[in-house]
Design a protein around this ligand. Structure first.
Ligand code: ADP
Ligand code: MG
Length: 309
């Protein structure tokens, strides 16, 4: 199969709205954001053997390659509109391409995102997706706007994807199919991100682990925070893993959860109960990230954890 037939068969789909003026097939795509909006752009690469195991289900890869980018748009409160796809393939495997394309377009249709172009090359399997969205001018959620007194919230469970990775690499006996699902098929919190536009001060998506990602908010906003261990949303399986391994830090340092972590001023906190989010701590003036766990106060610095009480 030659390159253009491959693109046409697996990646050329009709545009879903008027925001795409010209899609796959020319030298460039032409995009038309609505008047009064800024364009939000992000890109992420997934390399076989680095970001996913060899032999990972292609449909789930198609989903995840798009999902991790939509998660970045969600963290800014942007409405997803367009994506490009740069695929490097070791060979043309039609059944792999059909599955990949199915996973990719199922999620794309759900979020009404158009695949508007890309690149196809031969080499070790690597998938790069660039996502673009629009957000009301000047309204995007940033990492840098957290304020002292804000509550810190999470959109869902912590550490499930980390447990999924431990399972797939045979590092635990705790079995939970949801953990593998969460690792391989994350659901980006796009609707929540858009709803947070007039509620949250700062927002980030948890891709590298809560401690690391929340630290980005703290540094950018020049503030600190204290988290409450008893408030962290942990599944029974993650708790069982902690019992088994003795490693309570796993849900704080493992990545790939793709939940939103955001900060909210007191006047808006009541609105959050309806959104099913969990309050896990508060923003404080004192720099650094701390955790209250039973009678202990633990410093969660980016370089490691220190018990200082
Ligand atoms: P050019 O040589 O002008 O860069 P290509 O021959 O690489 O264009 O691609 C032809 C068309 O197909 C372009 O519109 C390009 O954006 C699109 N395209 C190439 N690969 C992909 C892909 N994997 N997914 C979607 N569109 C693609
Ligand atoms: Mg060209």
């Amino acid at each position: 199969m030659e390159e253009f037939e491959l693109i046409w068969r697996f990646f050329d789909r009709p545009a879903q709205g008027t925001a795409t003026v010209l899609s796959v097939g020319d030298d460039c795509a032409l995009l038309r954001p609505d008047a009064g909006y800024d364009v939000a752009v992000t890109v992420d690469t997934m390399v076989e053997g680095v970001h996913f195991f060899e032999g990972t289900n292609a449909e789930r890869l198609g989903h995840k390659a798009l999902a991790v980018n939509l998660s970045d748009l969600a963290a800014m409160g942007a409405i997803p509109r367009w994506v490009t796809l740069a695929l490097t393939l070791p060979s043309v495997d039609e059944s792999w391409l059909a599955s990949f394309s199915k996973g990719f377009f199922e999620l794309a249709r759900w979020h009404r995102v158009d695949l508007i172009g890309g690149d196809t090359t031969r080499g070790p399997l690597s998938i790069t997706v660039q996502a673009m969205g629009q957000v009301k001018r000047g309204k995007a959620l940033r990492r840098s706007d957290a304020k002292v007194g804000d509550g810190i919230y999470l959109s869902g469970q912590l550490g499930l994807a980390g447990l999924g990775l431990k399972l797939l690499s045979n590092q635990t006996q705790v079995f939970d199919p949801e953990a593998i699902q969460k690792l391989e098929k994350p659901e980006p919190r796009v609707d929540l991100g858009m709803r947070l536009l007039n509620i949250a001060n700062a927002c980030i998506d948890v891709s590298d682990g809560l401690a690391a990602d929340l630290n980005h908010i703290l540094t950018a906003s020049k503030v600190g925070a204290t988290l409450e261990w008893r408030c962290l949303p942990l599944s029974n399986s993650v708790l069982a893993y902690i019992d088994e391994s003795g490693d309570w830090s796993m849900p704080l340092v493992s990545g790939d959860d793709y939940e939103l972590c955001f900060t909210v001023p007191a006047k808006h906190e009541a609105e959050l109960e309806a959104l099913g989010c969990i309050r896990i701590g508060s923003i404080e003036a004192d720099p650094g990230l701390r955790l209250v766990k039973g009678s202990q106060l633990i410093e969660l610095s980016p370089g490691g954890f220190n018990h200082f009480i």
